[in-house]
Design a protein around this ligand. Structure first.
Ligand code: SF4
Ligand code: SF4
Length: 329
């Protein structure tokens, strides 16, 4: 039931099916919107163990278009990619400086099929409030480019297939990289989206220098734009952190409204919101998720973002660098 926002500004309304399974509590409340104190995130979606308030909504999501051959094939492909044998931790540790081990782990990540990689020191506030802290103290964040032509069809199911394909690649790469780390004698835990279960990845990815948070609530990468997915490996291998990459994405969003204007349910705020003690770009869960479910997918905001258009990011990067130079001068 794809609904593209009309030129007259008409806004999508949820189907009766979505309304029937929607709980009384707002997903934005669960997410900590307007909460001034710092606190750990509470899971709001992508949990199938019955621990979330919107569990019935998620169950309904899995029934929408479930017999479409594209959905069936994509889900089979994702499951097949999880069947990678897990390595044992080698008895002897490879000894080297953290800088050299960081360079080696990044090379291994790219060899394992990641398109970008960064390292951050794990922070306890990136773990869901009801879960134990993951293995640490380091996280290696991995980024995976998506096919723009497929994503540009959003909310067509072809874009869903591309998202599942890239999550499958992200998951398989995280498993291979964690195996590589174990073979060097250190421990490692692979984390894959969207069902990472215990951790949130975007803040770690920002800290690891992968990109900046965009107005659409997803990240912007200086080369891949908004058109990528994440996975992660946490480890006790001694590493050195990367620095956040402030290339101008956040600054650009301040004067751009392309995603906001394209979002069918008008879920994208034009100003940053207070969320669990952080002022940041935020998407209205109660508007975005019903549209996402009624269509089995979305991602319109990722495809329309100017940074995602092939061949555009380099020019925008140069423009933002010039703007910063003028501000400094
Ligand atoms: S995925 Fe993006 S465009 Fe689609 S409904 Fe959510 S915020 Fe709007
Ligand atoms: S479309 Fe514009 S406002 Fe939205 S995330 Fe991309 S750059 Fe930011």
């Amino acid at each position: 039931m794809a609904y593209i926002r009309g030129k007259d500004g008409e806004v999508y309304q949820p189907s009766e099916m979505v309304k029937a399974v929607w709980p009384d509590i707002s997903g934005n409340t669960v997410n900590g919107l307007d909460v001034e104190e710092k606190s750990n995130p509470v899971p709001v979606f992508w949990r199938t163990d019955g621990s979330i308030a919107h569990g019935e909504v998620l169950q309904y999501f899995y029934t929408v278009d479930q017999y479409d051959p594209r959905i069936i094939d994509a889900r089979k492909y994702r499951e097949a990619n999880k069947l990678i044998p897990i390595s044992e931790v080698a008895a002897e540790k490879i000894k080297d400086t953290p800088a050299n081990l960081s360079a080696a782990v990044k090379e291994a990540a790219l060899d394992c099929d990641a398109d970008d990689v960064g390292i951050a020191a794990w922070r306890p506030e990136w773990t869901y409030s009801d879960r134990d802290q993951p293995l640490g103290p380091w996280t290696i964040v991995l980024a995976f480019d998506q096919d723009f032509e497929e994503m540009d069809k959003a909310p067509d199911l072809d874009s869903y297939v591309e998202v599942v394909r890239q999550y499958a690649r992200a998951g398989a790469t995280a498993l291979r990289l964690s195996n590589w780390i174990k073979e060097q004698g250190y421990n490692a835990e692979a984390k894959t989206g969207p069902m990472s279960e215990d951790v949130i990845m975007i803040p770690a990815a920002i800290e690891a220098g992968i990109g900046e948070l965009g107005k659409h609530g997803s990240m912007i990468h200086p080369k891949m734009g908004s058109n990528f997915r994440l996975s992660m490996v946490t480890t006790d291998m001694p590493l050195t952190p990367d620095a956040p990459n402030i290339f101008g994405g956040d600054d650009f969003c301040a004067s751009c409204q392309v995603c906001k204007n394209a979002c069918p349910p008008d879920a994208i705020h034009n100003e940053k919101q207070m969320v669990r003690g952080n002022l940041k770009w935020f998407v209205d869960f109660d508007k975005c998720i019903p549209y996402f479910i009624d269509n089995q997918t979305c991602g319109i905001c990722l495809a329309v973002c100017p940074w995602s258009r092939p061949g555009v990011a380099d020019n925008l990067l140069a423009k933002m660098a010039r703007r910063r130079e003028k501000q400094i001068a």
